[in-house]
Design a protein around this ligand. Structure first.
Ligand SMILES: [Zn+2]
Length: 98
């Protein structure tokens, strides 16, 4: 999906809309593959967070929905700024909670 560059002029609302869209889709965590409980309060380890497939720190587009995916807060923290293809491979261990 191609989005106009003009979205950069209203970043805050774009991010909110991206979060709302991910929440409405209700997809599973893109890092561990387990479902996300979208009703958990922000800050909970397994709550929903908007993650960027290519981290912003690595040049990813922060407000491009194609670069956004839902993740558990804890998975997002474990991932840090790594991305697929890095020498330091991303390894997320599945636990009983997952
Ligand atoms: Zn996860």
């Amino acid at each position: 999906m191609v989005k106009p560059r003009s979205i950069w002029t209203k970043n805050g609302s774009v991010r909110q809309k991206m979060r709302a869209r991910l929440r409405a889709e209700g997809r599973a965590c893109h890092l561990c593959g387990a479902p996300i409980d979208y009703d958990l309060p922000a800050g909970h380890p397994y709550s929903f967070e908007l993650d960027h497939i290519i981290p912003i720190a690595r040049g990813g587009e922060p407000y491009d929905y194609a670069n956004a995916a839902p993740a558990h807060r804890i998975c997002n923290r474990r991932k840090g700024a790594r991305m697929p293809g890095d020498k330091a491979q991303l390894v997320i261990k599945r636990t009983e909670l997952f």
